[in-house]
Design a protein around this ligand. Structure first.
Ligand SMILES: Nc1nc2c(ncn2[C@@H]2O[C@H](COP(=O)(O)OP(=O)(O)O)[C@@H](O)[C@H]2O)c(=O)[nH]1
Ligand SMILES: [Mg+2]
Length: 272
């Protein structure tokens, strides 16, 4: 999204400049009024209305389906994929335990991350704490059977290992299992502090898993949300949730409103 920063002595004059640069319907995404020695200084960040609308559309996911519309024999299946350490397992625990995510939906957990005992133990602990059923699948047949055993759930959250360049056949196995589950949503989990080019490389590396959403984690480790909104914009995937800390389940936020607010789209007038 192209943004222009314009400073001047008063709002009408900077608005006129914004309109001349970005069109009559330019949106002021941030406004800052400071008192200076000889009066006031106004600084605005402005964007073209069409760009703002395009950003809003790009990052806003379709709402989760109403429970009675998809209960045709299988739960809604949401898989989390992404590099090792991105926060997939922790986020699954938050999603399972948080009313923010699914309210009263019956939630099941299914893990394809069978290579690391620690990963399995981590999820088993969360399953115990949240009272969710947990299934483990080693290959595509297992995965289908495990999903069938979870058919009394409304939603099944699927944990996966990170893709590893050296894993070879192991990667094929869990990716076949994931394909057998035919997820309704596949969220690409990436830490919010990743450099833009590294994040785009990760998006490229996971293209074969056909991610439908982005899920940014570790917002608590970056200085502000504006860069996170830029990252979400660049990833060009709708974003339903954000993770901003290690606390389960509280460090989970609804994404679109927070990303829009980061760009000042929830109107913010700062008088310094
Ligand atoms: N600061 C911070 N740490 C997180 C967040 N989410 C996960 N972590 C930590 O990141 C590490 C890796 O998380 P894990 O869920 O095991 O990642 P996975 O390999 O993708 O499953 C753990 O130490 C988590 O506690 C977050 O939102 N903020
Ligand atoms: Mg994990």
């Amino acid at each position: 999204m192209r943004c222009e920063t314009i400073t001047g002595r008063d709002l009408p004059s900077v608005s006129r400049i914004a309109a001349s640069l970005l069109g009559d319907d330019a949106v002021l995404v941030r406004v800052r009024v400071s008192h200076v020695e000889d009066g006031t200084e106004v600084e605005v960040v402005a964007a073209a209305a069409s760009d703002v609308e395009a950003f809003r559309t790009r990052i806003t996911p379709a709402p989760l389906p109403a429970r009675d519309t998809f209960l045709v024999g299988r739960p809604w299946v949401i898989a989390l994929v992404g590099p090792t350490g991105a926060g997939k397992t922790t986020t699954i625990a938050k999603l399972a335990a948080s009313a923010l995510a699914f309210g009263g939906w019956r939630t099941g957990l299914l893990t394809l991350d069978t290579y690391r005992v620690a990963g399995l133990e981590q999820l088993a602990t969360y399953a115990e704490l949240t009272g969710c059923a947990l299934e483990v699948a080693y290959d595509a047949d297992d995965a289908r059977e495990a999903l069938a055993r979870l058919d009394d759930c409304d939603v099944v959250l699927v944990d996966t290992p990170g893709r590893s360049p050296r894993a070879g056949a192991r990667d094929d196995e869990w990716q076949d299992a994931l394909a057998a589950l035919a997820p309704d949503e596949t969220h690409l989990v990436l830490p919010a502090g990743l450099r833009l080019d590294v994040a785009l490389a990760a998006r490229h590396a996971h293209a074969s898993l056909a991610p439908t959403h982005a899920l940014l984690t570790k917002l608590d480790e970056v200085p502000g949300d504006a860069g996170v909104a830029d990252l979400a914009d660049a990833l060009d995937l709708p974003t339903r949730w954000l993770a901003d800390g290690t606390e389960v389940p509280t460090a989970l936020a609804a994404a679109p409103s927070r990303l829009l607010a980061a760009l000042g789209l929830a109107p913010a007038l700062v008088i310094a």
